[in-house]
Write a protein that binds this ligand. Sequence first.
Ligand SMILES: [Zn+2]
Length: 107
Amino acid sequence: MGLNVKKNDKVRIVTGKDRGKSGRVLFVDKKNGRLIVEGLNVVKKTKRPDQQNQKGGIIDIEAPVDISNVMVVCPKCNKPTRIKKKALGDGRHVRICGKCEEILDKV
Ligand SMILES: [Zn+2]
């Protein structure tokens, strides 16, 4: 499976504790096939004291989600969808929604 998820896509988590929730992609780690989704897969992490926070403490951070555990949500039909590719005719390809065929990339 190719890496069809890009930064700023809206995705829905399809497995795990946050199954069914959706959020915006903040970061894609292409090398490891993982991504960070805003507000999802949040874990508690102990933070060492630093200059901003003298005491340190427990903070919430988003842990990476495996790319195979999310589906892109189409901004038009608002459904989780399989991404298809479409040739533009000038050698470029864009991602389209597998359901309504909305173009998901800026062209
Ligand atoms: Zn759609």
